[in-house]
Design a protein around this ligand. Structure first.
Ligand SMILES: [Zn+2]
Length: 150
């Protein structure tokens, strides 16, 4: 059962954002997708399936309601994160330079600055790996879409 449907069993809750979300979803449960929209997990063509449903190929729950588009393939995820790679590489480079000055030998004046750069670089590299894994998944899904395209 989708999370949105579970809300149906709840007694009268105040008209919250969640409630509006539920009402918006209700209008779409009976409707079907009329254009080629692809599963965000496997790339299966969801055309003619209900607007809110689960992918028949892989079971991925999706909501292709206009302005919602959750769990469906979004073409912009297949852009290679060049910018993130450049920014991360620069950050690693400057952090290394500053770390060398700060720690060998220890220079108390810039140790804090070096640690700040280290924290920033760690954040940027973790974010880069997140973007890369999204990109890799997007490319894989896009390859499947070509198989399912009508
Ligand atoms: Zn799927």
């Amino acid at each position: 059962m989708s999370p949105a449907r579970m809300h149906d069993q709840r007694p009268n809750t105040p008209r919250s954002e969640e409630e509006q979300e539920r009402l918006s979803n209700d209008m779409y449960y009976q409707r079907r997708i009329t254009t080629s929209i692809f599963c965000g997990n496997c790339g299966y063509n969801l055309k003619t399936l209900p607007v809110i449903h689960a992918c028949p190929e892989c079971g991925n729950e999706y909501n292709s309601r206009p302005l919602k588009m959750h769990g469906v393939f979004l073409p912009h995820t297949v852009e290679f994160p060049f910018g993130d790679i450049v920014v991360s590489a620069l950050s690693v480079f400057f952090t290394t330079l500053i770390a060398i000055r700060a720690f060998s030998p220890v220079n108390p004046d810039i140790v804090l600055i070096a640690l700040g750069f280290l924290a920033l670089t760690t954040y940027l590299v973790i974010r880069l790996f997140g973007r890369l894994s999204l990109y890799i998944k997007g490319v894989r899904v896009a390859r499947h879409i070509d198989e399912y395209e009508d």
